[in-house]
Write a protein that binds this ligand. Structure first.
Ligand code: NAI
Length: 332
């Protein structure tokens, strides 16, 4: 199988190259360019393309890839909200993803954001570098004994529940399909409204769907416990950014940590330090002293990259053998 690998970063090459010798039937060509209508044409002659979470895989793009002869889309990520699954089905394309490559990696990053914003590490780091040893403005809260509210208790949410339990927090959770295993570990399932009202730390871990789009908006922000911390490592559009900005201005949050945000797509994994950004939402969020943003790096550990490479290559081989791995298939 010949695969064109879009948006290849040095860490991608490293992890895939380490495994390629075990997959002699696979040829990988890396390109740095992201998948765009122009670069889609480069896929001519390839059986499959490999794309990451920020690639636009809407109907128009899939048509271009179909016209180029591509039959398989290998997503080297878990989320697939960027894909028009109906169009992929119409074009008879097989789409596979990597579910749950390292839930702990993302959950640990969620807790890292929560701790950093809570103890104002982003400010402390800069202050001490400038020989400012004052502690004014750095007071946080002790997590032990506080309430964590975990929205979505799938693989990542469960890992986050366990981390919060380890910190000695009471853990409330909301999920459409509560987990008995989590209940057994002391997690209490409650309605979303109650979770928001009681939690000192709210962390979002559900997928982006029509139902979860803007689940955090003015109405739900007003239900949240005043002075709570909000963490989003899931998908940007779970949170209405304009409403979040209003909420921060209203002093409703002690802090906000975002690994994902609505207008991230143009930014993700790019160095744009010399660009004048088109929209002001990111800049506005960054202007607040109690907001930390990272650039969709929750997944970025050596272990996760290794698992992504191996599963993606296994996915490719399974398609080659006409037996796509059922659990990794993305269908309508
Ligand atoms: P998962 O599929 O294991 O779990 C998702 C959970 O959300 C399930 O328990 C499901 O029942 C629940 N859910 C679905 N709809 C819901 C609703 N309307 N209300 C409440 N709960 C709902 O997914 P996993 O692996 O835990 O990933 C969660 C999300 O994390 C992904 O969808 C993805 O967007 C994001 N992610 C972020 C990464 C990063 O680098 N920041 C890396 C990987 C995933």
């Amino acid at each position: 199988m010949k695969i064109l690998f879009y948006d290849a970063k040095p860490y991608d090459r490293e992890s895939f190259d380490a495994h390629l010798p075990d997959y002699p039937s696979i040829t990988l060509d890396y390109i740095e360019a992201d998948l765009t209508p122009r670069t889609a044409r480069l896929a001519q002659g390839y059986d499959a393309i490999c794309a990451f979470v920020n690639a636009d895989l809407g109907r128009d793009m899939l048509r271009l890839l179909y016209e180029a002869g591509v039959k398989t889309i290998l997503l080297r990520c878990a989320g697939f909200n960027q894909l028009d699954a109906y169009a992929a089905d119409e074009y008879d394309m097989t789409v596979l993803r990597v579910p749950g490559y390292s839930p702990e990696a993302v959950a640990e990053h969620a807790m890292a954001l929560a701790l950093a914003i809570n103890r104002r590490l982003h400010k402390a780091y800069i202050k001490v570098r400038e020989n400012n040893f004052s502690l004014v403005g750095l007071t946080g809260m002790t997590f032990r004994g506080k309430v964590a509210g975990i929205v979505g208790t799938g693989k990542i949410g469960q890992a986050m529940c366990r981390i919060c339990r380890g910190f000695g927090m009471r853990v409330l959770a909301y999920d459409k399909y509560p987990s008995d295993e989590m209940r057994g570990e002391g997690v209490e399932y409650v309605p979303l409204e109650q979770l928001l009202a009681q939690s000192d730390l709210v962390s979002l871990h559900c997928p982006l769907t029509d139902e979860t789009y803007h689940m955090i908006r003015t109405e739900t922000i007003h239900q949240m416990k005043p002075g709570c911390i909000l963490i989003n490592t899931s998908r940007g559009a779970l949170v209405d950014s304009q409403d979040l900005i209003e909420g921060i201005r209203d002093h409703r949050f002690f802090g906000v940590g975002l690994d994902v945000y609505e207008e991230e797509n143009d930014n993700v994994f790019e160095n744009r330090e010399d660009d004048i950004l088109k929209s002001s939402i990111t800049a506005r969020l960054l202007s607040f002293p109690n907001v930390i943003i990272t650039s969709h790096q929750g997944f970025l550990t050596r272990e996760a990259l290794d698992a992504i490479a191996r599963t993606t290559l296994d996915n490719a081989v399974s398609v080659e053998q006409h037996a796509p791995i059922e659990a990794n298939l993305v269908g309508v």
